[in-house]
Design a protein around this ligand. Structure first.
Ligand code: FES
Length: 313
């Protein structure tokens, strides 16, 4: 955990505030790469994940916070209470959404989902790697960082749904993949957008190309959860996880501390090392390759494919 100083706040778009954080005197800021996020500790001590959207070379960490009036209160606290000169606690820099090097890239951003993708686009624009970006939002007034997006040139395009309607994601992807057939696809945005991209790629047999960062669970069918046995190797405990409950709930109830936040498989806080057994991955954090690697799982949503799992807890 590190206390950072709020250097400035900017109203970047309607309801979107950027918070510029710097290290206190004598302290070092952690290094980061495009796609990374920080855990911000909000007023009640819980944490919220925010992608870093500034320049990785700069001596500050910048996050953009959309005010979600019906959310859990983290964004309301930032908008109402955080002021320049305040110190706020930030935990680590993590990157579950790393930009792979070498392959062509398609970036699809929805609204404030532009935040992790913009540093990626700026990095790509400075390399010879072919890339395209489509930035979808309700209206320009609600879309942060338009100036930076326009500065990227013709590889980046902007679509306002109030002007041109909701994009046909399957058709959009076909067009982009026509130009860059081998591209990896990075998407960040609301659940319906990320779900539509996932469905379109799956339908084309290209599901493994998807890299997604979710801030809302996509609207996709979920299989019924099955019961299984979970062994916590370090604790020497064996627990029964029934069909209606998550492994995280059962583990926490047994008095074993596991870091968690979203409890929906989108933040990555509860990532736990798997020692034995095959995981039924139901999270939106790990890539297809990481899921196939079967070396870790998100305890809040993922389950066992077989009767038993052994984890490093
Ligand atoms: S608590 Fe967020 S992924 Fe499990």
């Amino acid at each position: 955990m590190q206390e950072l100083l709020v250097r400035g706040l900017t109203l970047e778009a309607e309801d979107v505030l950027t918070v510029d954080l710097v290290a206190a005197a004598g302290a070092e800021l952690p290094a980061w790469t495009p796609g990374a996020h920080v855990d911000l500790v909000v007023s009640d001590g819980t944490v919220r994940q925010y992608s870093l959207c500034g320049n990785p070379e700069s001596r500050s960490l910048t996050i953009a916070v959309r005010h979600e009036r019906t959310g859990r209160g983290g964004s309301s606290w930032v908008h109402a209470s955080v002021r320049p000169g305040d110190r706020i606690a930030v935990r680590g820099v993590k990157n579950h959404f790393e930009l792979e090097t070498g392959a062509p890239v398609i970036l699809i951003a929805g609204g404030v989902g532009i935040t992790p993708l913009l540093p990626m686009a700026e990095r790509l624009a400075s390399t010879g790697v072919p890339w395209r970006m489509v930035y979808v939002g309700r209206s320009e007034a609600r879309m942060p960082f338009l100036e930076r997006v326009h500065a990227l040139g013709p590889a980046a395009s902007v679509r306002e749904t109030t002007v041109s309607g909701r994009p046909d994601i399957a058709g959009l992807l076909d067009g982009l993949l026509g130009d860059l057939p081998d591209a990896l696809v990075y998407v960040c945005g609301p659940g319906p957008l990320t779900g539509a991209v996932q469905e379109a790629l799956d339908a084309r047999g290209l599901g493994s190309r998807l890299h997604a960062e979710y801030f809302e669970v996509p609207d996709l069918p979920v299989a019924e959860p099955g019961a299984f046995t979970l062994r916590l190797e370090r604790s020497g405990v064996e627990l029964a996880v029934p069909s209606g409950r998550s492994a995280l709930e059962v583990v926490t109830e047994a008095g074993i501390d596991v870091l968690s936040d979203c409890e929906e498989g989108i933040c990555g806080s509860c990532e736990t090392r798997v020692l034995t057994g095959e995981v039924d991955h139901r999270d939106y954090v790990l890539t297809a390759a990481e899921k196939a690697g079967n070396s870790c799982m998100m305890l809040c949503v993922s389950r066992a494919l077989g009767p038993r799992l052994v984890v490093d807890l």
